[in-house]
Design a binder for this molecule. Structure first.
Ligand SMILES: [Cu+2]
Length: 160
């Protein structure tokens, strides 16, 4: 009896987590209705931008991309806040030195979760428009996916 209670608690906790995750995704997509075909596009949550660390320095963008019903890929990103945006991958070489380089596409598996975060995949916003990326502001990022097309997200500028 006691053990069945415990597993009941566990499953309630687990479904609560799922619910939270779904709510977060629904908020960032602005409650857009799902296509009637049942096919879903990738969704983007927790988008934020770290301001440039000094003059003529790039800013960085982070987010969580959750895959839709079929595999897709992020191909490019643009914003009015910067002249150019690259998708970067962070790698660590044999001597432990971290470096980063642009990648032409970021694959998003169906139903998968791809995190862009400090020390991992990230967006590099180059040629930042003066004053456009400051803490407290919001940066609009236009993401182009191979299949889903354009997805626009609002990224909060956070000190980080
Ligand atoms: Cu980078």
């Amino acid at each position: 009896m006691r053990s069945s209670m415990r597993s009941w608690h566990k499953s309630v906790a687990a479904s609560g987590l799922v619910l939270l995750a779904l709510t977060a995704v629904a908020c960032t997509t602005g409650g857009t209705a799902a296509p009637t075909t049942g096919a879903t596009s990738p969704t983007v949550s927790e988008a934020w931008v770290r301001p440039p660390q000094g003059m003529d320095r790039p800013a960085a963008g982070y987010m969580i991309i959750t895959g839709g019903s079929s595999a897709d890929a992020l191909l490019s990103v643009s914003t009015t806040a910067a002249g150019m945006v690259e998708i970067h991958e962070t790698t660590v070489d044999a001597s432990g030195m971290a470096g980063m380089h642009p990648i032409p596409r970021l694959d998003v598996p169906a139903g998968g979760r791809v995190e862009l975060r400090p020390g991992g995949y990230h967006l590099m916003l180059m040629q930042v428009v003066e004053g456009a990326i400051e803490v407290g502001k919001t940066v609009e990022l236009r993401l182009t996916f191979e299949k889903a097309g354009e997805i626009v997200v609002q990224a909060e500028v956070l000190a980080g």
